[in-house]
Design a protein around this ligand. Structure first.
Ligand code: FAD
Length: 466
C-alpha cells in the first residue's frame, strides 16, 4: 500500500468535497471520486443552489409586479421563464466549477466515475465501461441521498416529478399538486405559485414541516395560505396516474375518509429522500445499515469497518448540506488523530420562502416532552423598525431559555432574513450563552437583528419596543 491514497472520499457533494479539502489541509494524500458530470452533489446541482436561485428570481418577479405601489413605474412586467432557467443554470455552473477549482488548489485528486468497494482498502472506479482500482488507507463514504416516491407512483420527471424535475419545468404548470409539506415542497410551491401556478399542497399530517416548533408551523401555514397556496392537511394521496398528459390524483382525508379526485398538470412528490448506497458493495464487505437503510456509524463516523467512515445524507441526522460539511471536517480531523466532533444541538435549519423560517435547538414541544422547564421570550417583526421601513413585518422571533440557568435551549423564527439571523443563535448555543448574554449584546440599528435582542429581553419581560 505504499502508493495508496491516505484518504479516498466517495462523493463530491458538500460532505465529500469539504472532507477531501480538510484531509488535504491536514497533509493527507487525498482523492475525491464523483460519478456525476460535475462536483457539488445534490446541493449544488439539483438542491440548495438551483432552488435558492429560483426562489430569488421568482421573488423578484413578484416584487417587480408591485413596483408601482412603491413609486416605481415600469412597463408591463412579463415572465421570461427560459431566461430565469438560464440564470439558475449559470449559478450552478459557476459554483460547481468553483468546487473543482478548490479541489485542484488543495491538491485533491478529482477522480471521475462511479466507485464501489472492492475490499476495505480498495476502491473500483468505473467510467465508460473501463475500471480502475485505487488503494486507500482510509475511505469516506459520502454518497448522499436520492428522492423517494410513494407506492404505485412512478416519478417520470415529466408529469410526476421529484424536486429535480420541479427545478426545470420549461413552462409554468397551470395546476401543480405537491405531495408533502416539508421544506422542499414549501420552497418549490412558493416558486411556482409566484410564477403563476395554482399550487395545492397535500400533507399527511395535520401541520406542515414535521418537527418544527408548532407555533412557527401554524404561523407559516397562515402566511402561505394568505399567499394563495392551498393546503389539504390530514390527507393521504392514494394514487397519481398520468392520463393524456395530465395527472389524476386521488386523495383521502385521514379523519373523515372523504375521497377527492383532481386533475392537474404536474405532480411534485416531495415526501423525503433515501440514502444512496446503490452499487457500493457494502454488504459484501460487511458494512452495516440501520433500520432506515442508512449506513450505521459510531460517534466517530466509523462504519462497522475500522478504516471506512460515512458522513452526510447517507447516515442518520438532518439531511442538510451544512450538517454534511461539519461531518466532513470532523471525520478528516478524526482520521488525523484529532478530536473532530459535530454539535448536533447547534445545527440550524432554514426554509428560504418569503418570509423565511429558521430554527436551531429544541422546540417547545420537545422541551415539554423532556420535562425541561423553560422561559419564553417573543418579539414580533411588526415592532422592528427595519422590518417596518421595508414593509416585511410578518413573523416573530421566539427564544426558549432554561428557567433556572437562562441558557438558550432553542430559537425559532419566522420573518425577513431570519436564515441569516439564526447564525447568531447557533454561535450562542455553541458558546453555551444565556438569553441575558444576547440581551446585553449591542445590535446595530436599524437591523432585523434587533428583533433577536428584543426577544432575548422579553425572556426577562423587559423588551423596550413592545
Ligand atoms: P450529496 O450532495 O447528495 O452528494 C453525494 C454525491 O455522491 C453526489 O454528487 C453523487 O453523484 C455522488 N455519488 C453517489 N454514489 C457515488 C458513487 N458510487 N461513486 C461516486 N460518486 C457517487 N440543504 C441545505 O442545507 N440547505 C438547503 O437550502 C437545501 N435545499 C435543498 C433543496 C432541494 C431541492 C434538495 C433536493 C435538497 C436540499 N438540501 C438543502 C439538502 C442538501 O442538498 C443535502 O443535504 C446535501 O447535498 C447532502 O450532502 P452529501 O454530501 O451528503 O450528499
Amino acid at each position: 500500500m505504499s502508493d495508496a491514497y491516505d484518504v479516498v472520499v466517495i462523493g463530491g457533494g458538500p460532505g465529500g468535497y469539504v472532507c477531501a479539502i480538510r484531509c488535504a489541509q491536514l497533509g493527507f494524500r487525498t482523492a475525491c471520486v464523483e460519478s456525476r458530470k460535475t462536483l457539488g452533489g445534490t446541493c449544488l446541482n439539483v438542491g440548495c443552489i438551483p432552488s435558492k436561485s429560483l426562489l430569488n428570481l421568482s421573488e423578484n418577479y413578484i416584487k417587480a409586479k408591485k413596483f408601482s405601489s412603491i413609486g416605481i413605474e415600469t412597463g408591463k412586467v412579463a415572465l421570461n421563464l427560459s431566461q430565469m432557467m438560464k440564470i439558475k443554470e449559470k449559478s450552478v455552473t459557476v459554483l460547481t466549477k468553483g468546487v473543482e477549482f478548490l479541489l485542484k488548489k488543495n491538491k485533491v485528486d478529482y477522480i471521475k466515475g462511479k466507485a464501489s468497494l472492492k475490499s476495505n482498502t480498495e476502491i473500483i472506479v468505473e467510467k465508460n465501461k473501463s475500471k480502475k482500482v485505487y488503494a486507500a488507507k482510509n475511505i469516506v463514504i459520502s454518497t448522499g441521498s436520492l428522492p423517494t416516491s410513494l407506492p404505485g407512483m412512478q416519478i417520470d420527471e415529466k408529469n410526476i416529478v421529484s424536486s429535480t424535475g420541479a427545478l426545470s419545468f420549461n413552462q409554468v404548470p397551470k395546476k401543480l399538486i405537491i405531495i408533502g409539506g416539508g421544506y422542499i415542497g414549501l420552497e418549490m410551491g412558493s416558486v411556482w405559485k409566484r410564477l403563476g401556478s395554482d399550487v395545492t399542497i397535500i400533507e399527511f399530517l395535520d401541520h406542515i414541516i414535521t418537527g418544527a416548533d408548532v407555533e412557527i408551523s401554524k404561523e407559516f401555514l397562515k402566511i402561505l395560505t394568505k399567499q394563495g397556496i392551498i393546503f389539504k392537511l390530514n390527507s393521504i394521496v392514494t394514487a397519481a396516474n398520468v392520463i393524456k398528459n395530465k395527472v389524476v390524483v386521488d386523495f383521502r382525508h385521514n379523519k373523515t375518509a372523504e375521497r377527492t379526485r383532481v386533475k392537474t398538470d404536474k405532480v411534485l412528490i416531495a415526501v423525503g429522500r433515501r440514502p444512496n448506497t446503490e452499487g457500493l458493495n457494502l454488504k459484501e464487505i460487511s458494512i452495516k445499515n440501520d433500520s432506515k437503510g442508512k449506513i450505521q456509524v459510531n460517534k466517530k463516523f466509523m462504519t462497522s469497518i475500522k478504516n471506512i467512515y460515512a458522513i452526510g445524507d447517507v447516515i442518520d441526522g438532518p439531511m442538510l448540506a451544512h450538517k454534511a460539511e461539519e461531518e466532513g471536517i470532523a471525520v478528516a480531523e478524526i482520521i488525523a488523530g484529532q478530536s473532530g466532533h459535530v454539535n448536533y444541538e447547534a445545527i440550524p435549519g432554514v426554509i428560504y420562502t418569503s418570509p423565511e423560517v429558521a430554527s436551531v435547538g429544541k422546540t417547545e414541544e420537545a422541551l415539554k416532552k423532556e420535562n425541561i422547564k423553560y422561559k419564553i421570550g417573543k418579539f414580533p417583526f411588526m415592532a422592528n423598525p427595519r422590518a417596518k421601513v421595508i414593509n416585511e413585518t410578518e413573523g416573530f422571533v421566539k427564544i426558549l431559555a432554561n428557567e433556572e440557568t437562562d441558557k438558550i435551549l432553542g430559537v425559532h423564527m419566522i420573518g425577513p432574513h431570519v436564515g441569516d439571523l439564526i447564525a447568531e443563535i447557533s454561535l450562542a448555543i455553541e458558546f453555551g450563552a444565556s438569553s441575558e448574554d444576547i440581551a446585553r449584546t449591542c445590535h446595530a440599528h436599524p437591523t432585523y437583528s434587533e428583533a433577536v435582542k428584543e426577544a432575548a429581553l422579553s425572556v426577562d419581560k423587559r423588551p423596550i419596543h413592545s
